[in-house]
Design a protein around this ligand. Sequence first.
Ligand SMILES: Nc1ncnc2c1ncn2[C@@H]1O[C@H](COP(=O)(O)OP(=O)(O)OP(=O)(O)O)[C@@H](O)[C@H]1O
Length: 368
Amino acid sequence: MTKDITLDHVSVSFGDYTAVDDAHLTIHGGEFFSFLGPSGCGKTTLLRCISGFQEPSWGEIRIGGKNMRGIGPNKRPTALIFQNLALFPLMSVADNIAFPLEVRGIDRKTRRKRADELLELIALPGQGDKKVSALSGGQRQRVAIARALAVEPDILLLDEPLSALDLKLRQHMRRELRAIQQQVGLTFIYITHDQGEALTMSDRVAVMSRGRIEQVAESRTVYDHPATGFVASFVGENNALSGTVLENDGTRLTVDLGLGTPAVVAAVGRGAKLKVGEACHVFVRPESIALGPGDSVNRFDAAVVREEFEGQVRHLIVRCGERDLRVTQVGQGQGNGGGQPSVPGGAVSIAFAPELATALPVGHLASV
Ligand SMILES: Nc1ncnc2c1ncn2[C@@H]1O[C@H](COP(=O)(O)OP(=O)(O)OP(=O)(O)O)[C@@H](O)[C@H]1O
């Protein structure tokens, strides 16, 4: 059975310091939900509240409609996987997986049967008698997941479980984790500061900063339509341009961004409420900027500052009016016009569609 998890205006304070500030959302049963944010933004504190290791200072957590206040971690339908996995290295794989069942007094035969089933699930069939110390990092990761699943929780809580793995393995484990979650149909609540992890695996993502939830949405929405300047600057690369609104006709904004001539930006979301004369931030993704001649309402003359080659992608830093902009070209740059000179000082023409830029009220941005 899948249970919704509701955070009802949850805040957590440590003395004068507010680690979580009015978190208010519902995670649906069966969802892969991630909390994404930089170190210290309050992700772990929220996860600890859900698991029962921390009581909220204010507000309520409900699982399946039931208020969790006063209910300890062992009595909640949750299991937690830590960064360090906390496996017993000298115990066999099967005994590690079955350990929580042993604690609950389940007999040896039943424990082994359950461990073998879980080994199938994590694609390590027949490996139960190996010592954990003989496994690779990724295999240990899977064993930790199997152990958490042994007690048949409704909700699996994962605290940066891939952070100790190397890049290739992390990317592989993202796919595995998602596949396991879909297979078992449980709710996974995942916390990470790694946007790639959050975006690739999750049904929805909550982006956090300074204890507050800035946006809750599907990955693509978070990327394409960031709700705040923090989300726009934290998730993916973005050119952040400060400017002043010159005109707002309800569908489009005309903004002075210091690019030589004003830019036109779609007036959507919180940007639609910007008033003439108001300061704002406009965000344009590097891959949304096209190089070369063409027809566009936003076309600007620029000069190449430098090129950064990264194999599959090429980044150009161009100077446009008073601003430096990053332009990313994929492949040989055919995608957004690669035939332009990239020698420092070379003249280029850049353009972006109004719909591919996001205007937002001025707010705090992610630090680089
Ligand atoms: N028990 C505590 N007492 C005092 N301050 C705390 C306590 N636990 C957390 N904090 C503070 O609350 C803030 C949020 O911490 P939290 O661990 O939730 O952040 P996080 O986003 O998970 O960070 P990280 O990714 O580094 O683990 C931090 O500034 C932290 O120092």
